[in-house]
Design a protein around this ligand. Structure first.
Ligand code: MN
Length: 734
């Protein structure tokens, strides 16, 4: 178990703060924030039984030891008031100003993230770290979060075992590496050791025991070396501090596990650190030590001349002591030491001057931030990766190209800039993408083409039996979504085709039957394949599909299959029929006028009565009697000249002209079919003409046929009505 923690009081915080914060108003701000937090958290208790305020007090204390500014310490005191009490962001703004409110707000938002999700199979710590940094935006937020996490880890024993595991894993994956990137080795080491304890308790105690067993012996050696070096340096009149340092347990474990080193190899290295005043002193000290002790070749590292990418500076050397023990010696200035221990916090170090100006501080914050970003960019996970390569990648990944959004359960999804809820949905699951009907971003319904931003919580509404829209392709950003949508649409098209193919097949069979061909015979595979190229298709299904979708008319296919000639067009049929028209002559009508013997009579050309029609006579001036149908519109108003007439009796040889008008949807073979019906009814056709209305695609066919009687005409009309696409038939009256 780590050592018992000292109870921190408000006075402790102020004591540390006062070492570098001197202005009254700044100290007053910290005090005001502390009082406010204490008041608001009153009555709340931690799992440990401590008042909740103890937690924020500790967070503020850790921040003070990092030498952060008064606003950050104040924000540290306030970091949980919005989340855990009835205080709102607006309250914090009005009491403590925008800047502190923003810090608290960011800390609260990051606190809502669940970084470690066991149910997330794609869990990637690296991604979550990027999310963390991207969301924090301000390094001070990260510092508060690290202080918060450190105190929570120190008091983790009060949490249930399951929470301990989750929080410790998250700390090791997310928080410790961030502390490392920021160069805050003190916090990083403590977070690692605490996580190690909860995650691998046995290993932790095994190593702790090994370290403890050799401690006395090692301590004695280190103390001896310290005494020797101290004497040496005093001889030369150099100012210095010297102390031994111990490696933390997790780093020993890590070196053993990852670098495959033996325990004694690691532990036999004794470590000493010397802090002095100036850079020159550092080199002087190194010279004196090397003059006295044999250095191990190749182990001298000059990080003063060439600082590490995280600005770490120090001289490192390894020497062999009197009893053959090996010592690692680090030599650096106070300033370098502060950077090594506090990292970014040291750069951030609060400066109070006479010329304090909020704008200047803001500018400094921005400079720090860009420094931090560069810093973050240069501190690659992989030390072999070139700095510029890493920077380019990170720049692209974190700050330019990516947005990090979350599921309502806190799973992090990274997407390219400009990505929409549809991209998000397809990243979750293809089926979710396909059935998306709505999106809720941060509790508000939004259009599906809404651009997502880092930190957005996205929820997708789905509905069964819906599918992606082609429009989505216009705004989705990820190739994944594009490909899935395209694949879906293509599949839908082919499914539709599968439905249409049998329809086309049926239509062709019907067309063949209608023309008196045996469908089975003509729809043989070989016969069909023989005509495919004439319809620009490569397989029978495509042909059927084209028939069903009216790209090809079944009659055209029938023509090819049966080697029929091209159908005559309307003009040709008209000409052919009319050529023979002169052969036919109108016969005399066998009509009598009751009571009158001989009277010149003829059938009216306007309504062309046929035997059996109800008729009446019209007395003309000089042309005798014209016989009309009783309903002929031409005689309806001529009552005084009308005279009753009767059919004399049927003459089976006699033919009567009749005009018919057929209205139909235009199609191929329409006229042929009509002519066929008329001829099947044994009625000569003596004239025909057809016109097509191109707008309605309806056809008007006028024909003059000859029939024996009304009964025959009625049969012809009935049969014509059965012709496919015929709408109506009228006897014409001119
Ligand atoms: Mn907290």
């Amino acid at each position: 178990m780590p050592a018992e923690q000292k109870q921190i009081t408000f006075d402790d915080v102020m004591e540390v703060a006062k070492t570098y914060i001197h202005r009254k108003e700044n100290l007053a701000l910290i005090e005001r924030a502390a009082k406010f937090a204490e008041e608001k958290h009153e009555g709340q208790f931690r799992k440990s039984g401590d008042p909740y305020f103890v937690h924020v007090l500790n967070v503020a204390y850790i921040l003070a030891t990092l030498h952060v500014g008064p606003t950050t310490i104040a924000a540290g005191f306030l970091h949980d008031v919005v989340e855990d009490t009835d205080v709102t962001k607006e309250d914090v703004i009005s009491l403590f100003g925008e800047e502190i409110a923003e810090l608290v707000d960011s800390v609260t938002k990051i606190g809502a993230l669940k970084f470690h999700d066991k149910e997330d199979p794609e869990y990637q710590a690296a991604n979550h770290r990027k999310l963390f940094i991207a969301m924090a935006k301000d390094v001070r937020v990260i510092l508060i979060k690290l202080a918060d996490r450190l105190h929570n880890m120190r008091t983790l024993q009060f949490k249930p075992v399951e929470s301990q595991q989750r929080i410790a894993a998250e700390t090791l994956d997310i928080y410790a590496p961030i502390a490392h990137r920021l160069g805050i080795s003190a916090i990083k080491n403590e977070l690692e050791d605490l996580s190690f304890l909860y995650l691998q308790r046995e290993e932790y105690y095994r190593i702790a025991h090994l370290v403890e067993a050799k401690k006395a012996e090692r301590d004695a050696s280190v103390q001896q070396m310290i005494a020797d070096i101290s004497a040496l340096l005093k001889e030369h009149g150099i100012e210095f501090r010297i102390f031994g340092r111990s490696k933390h347990l997790y780093s020993i474990y890590h070196k053993m596990a990852v670098r495959q080193k033996r325990f004694d190899e690691i532990l036999d290295l004794l470590a000493i650190r010397i802090i002095t005043k100036t850079e020159l002193n550092c080199y002087e000290i190194l010279g004196y030590i090397h003059a006295q002790y044999r250095p191990i070749p190749g182990r001298l590292k000059d990080y003063i001349a060439v600082p590490k990418s995280n600005m770490y500076q120090s001289l490192h050397t390894t020497i062999i002591g009197d009893e053959g023990r090996i010592f690692e010696v680090q030599i650096r200035t106070e300033e370098m030491d502060e950077i090594a221990e506090r990292g970014v916090a040291a750069h951030w170090r609060y400066k109070e001057g006479s010329g304090y100006d909020a704008r200047v501080e803001q500018k400094e914050i921005e400079d720090r931030l860009s420094w931090f970003r560069d810093f973050a960019a240069y501190t690659g996970e992989n030390e072999n990766e070139s700095a510029s390569e890493y920077m380019a990648t990170l720049q692209r990944d974190v700050f330019e190209a990516n947005v990090y959004v979350m599921t309502p359960k806190g799973r992090v999804i990274d997407l390219p800039n400009g990505a929409t809820p549809i991209d998000f949905a397809y990243r979750i699951h293809t089926d979710v993408g396909h059935t998306t009907v709505g999106a809720i971003v941060n509790d508000a319904m939004v259009p599906l083409n809404t651009e997502l931003h880092t930190g957005d919580v996205v929820q997708i509404k789905t509905m069964k039996n819906t599918g992606p829209s082609e429009d989505w392709l216009k705004f989705v950003k990820t190739n994944q979504a594009k490909n899935k949508i395209r694949a879906y649409l293509a599949k839908k098209e082919s499914d539709k085709k599968e439905e249409k193919v049998p329809q086309g097949e049926k239509a062709l069979a019907e067309e063949l039957r209608k023309r008196g061909f045996e469908a089975n015979e003509y729809m043989e595979k070989k016969k069909l394949e023989g005509i495919l190229s004439q319809f620009s298709v490569t397989n029978i299904n495509d042909l059927y599909y084209n028939i069903a979708t009216k790209k090809v008319h079944a009659s055209q296919v029938v023509e090819k299959l049966t080697n029929q000639k091209r159908p005559l067009n309307n003009d040709e049929i008209t000409r052919m029929i009319n050529r023979d028209a002169k052969k036919h002559t109108a016969s005399k009508g066998g009509i009598v006028i009751p009571g009158i013997e001989s009277m010149k009579m003829s059938l009216a050309q306007c309504c062309l009565p046929v035997y059996g029609d109800e008729i009446c006579g019209y007395i003309t001036k000089g042309e005798g009697v014209k016989v009309h149908r009783k309903d002929c519109p031409n005689i309806l108003k001529q009552k005084e000249r009308l005279i009753d007439v009767e059919w004399e009796g049927e003459d089976s040889e006699r033919l009567y002209d009749s005009d018919l008008v057929v209205y139909a949807h235009d199609r191929n073979f329409l006229l042929t079919d009509i002519v066929t019906v008329v001829s099947q009814c044994k009625a000569p056709m003596i004239q025909v003409s057809a016109t097509v209305n191109q707008e309605t695609l309806t056809s008007t066919i006028k024909m003059k046929i000859q029939v024996h009687n009304k009964e025959q005409l009625r049969t012809i009309i009935a049969n014509l009505r059965k012709v496919d696409s015929v709408l109506s038939i009228e006897r014409e009256s001119n």
